[in-house]
Design a protein. Structure first.
Length: 50
């Protein structure tokens, strides 16, 4: 009653860790896709500067 919030089971902790890893992987993949899409435009822009 006064012991604080209930402890999470190891399965819940593992599931949360997997969700965090999955969302991080998706974010990294989307960021990489955007950078690869924009890289030719950046190269052309830099070439026009010099």
């Amino acid at each position: 009653m006064y012991g604080g919030p209930p402890e999470q089971s190891p399965a819940e902790i593992k599931a949360r860790a997997q969700e965090l890893e999955a969302s991080t992987t998706i974010q990294f993949t989307l960021t990489t896709c955007v950078l690869l899409y924009l890289s030719p435009f950046a190269v052309d822009y830099v070439q026009k500067l010099f």
